[in-house]
Ligand binder design. Structure first.
Ligand code: PMP
Length: 303
């Protein structure tokens, strides 16, 4: 992992190597924290954060789900994120805000535990760093929507994603795909999924999955290209008979899927619609499309 100089921790900028917590930090034991994953991209007008407002809104939503009261306003967090990026002089990076319950209270009742917020940034290339990936339908199912709140980014929920990732990687695949409790296609450990069939774009409905911000952006881009978008329950059979399949997510961006278990998709080549959406998305995040410039928050707004 590439280090930078400073991490923002409860209003202080601390040295990367000194950004530590006590071993009895509540969230370390019980996964009671919530977090975000955001990206910064270089554009011709300097670095910009992609869809910062949506990420901050989701962070506060996730915290509210866990009954955590963030001791900062959304504006404070926005300023802190921009400051952390600026101070570390990074141009393209990943941003990881985490809200966690600290030291002082143990046990599963988290009420009155101290709340901390940290923001780390570091250069991080595309998650899987492959043009096309092989995925395994996981032996684990996505968490049941009545077992947790599936559209919140709760640290503890990621044990489900980690188990699925280990299972996929140990079996020689690049990534996992989890089905939901009804057997429909849900999502990857940290990605949403899309399929293309007869030039239409299909993606699982919200309900058991995380409402990805990249997913939302891709849906918008596709609609703007007059590609019909259908949000519905997708069966494994439909998935395997798809013309094209791809993942979307902040970390992975847009990544074509060439093989699902033993089934080859589109001759293991990136399909035309995936290619087109990926191209437009890449232009959008780099500030090359005026219509989507509202998705970008400049790090140096007054320059
Ligand atoms: N699903 C899960 C489970 C995730 O963790 C992520 C990453 N945040 C996504 C989907 C994709 O969401 P986004 O596009 O907002 O990064």
């Amino acid at each position: 992992m590439e280090k930078v100089e400073k991490i923002w921790l409860d209003e202080k900028l601390v040295d990367w190597n000194k950004a530590n917590v006590h071993l009895l930090t509540h969230s370390l034991h019980y996964g009671s924290g919530v977090f975000e994953g955001i990206r910064v991209y270089n554009t011709k007008n300097d670095p910009c954060v992609f869809r910062l407002k949506e990420h901050i809104d989701r962070l506060f939503y996730s915290a509210s789900v866990m009954a955590i009261k963030i001791p900062f306003s959304k504006t404070d967090i926005k300023k802190a994120i921009l400051k952390t990026i600026k101070i570390n002089k990074v141009k393209e990076c990943y941003v990881r805000p985490i809200v966690f319950l600290g030291y002082g209270k143990m046990g599963l009742n988290p009420i009155d535990a101290p709340v901390s917020v940290a923001i780390a940034v570091w250069p991080w290339g595309t998650y899987l760093d492959k043009e096309i990936v092989k995925i395994k339908i996981s032996k684990y199912i996505r968490l049941h929507p009545k077992s947790t709140v599936t559209d919140a980014k709760i640290c503890g929920s990621y044990s489900n994603s980690i188990l699925a990732s280990i299972d996929a990687i140990k079996n020689g695949f690049d990534e996992a795909l989890l089905l939901d409790y009804q057997g429909y296609v849900a999502e990857g450990p940290g990605e949403n999924i899309f399929i293309v069939k007869n030039n239409k774009l299909l993606t699982p409905t919200l309900g058991t999955i995380l409402g990805g911000i990249t997913r939302k952006s891709i849906i918008q881009i596709a609609k703007d290209q007059d590609i019909e978008v259908i949000e519905k329950n997708i069966t494994v059979e439909e998935l395997k008979l798809a013309d094209e399949v791809f993942f979307s997510g902040t970390a992975i961006e847009i990544c074509a899927i060439g093989k699902i278990d033993k089934t080859i998709i589109n001759k293991e080549k990136i399909g035309d619609i995936t290619k087109k959406l990926k191209r437009i998305y890449t232009q959008a995040i780099h500030g090359e499309i005026k219509k989507y410039s509202k998705w970008l928050t400049p790090i140096f707004p007054n320059k």
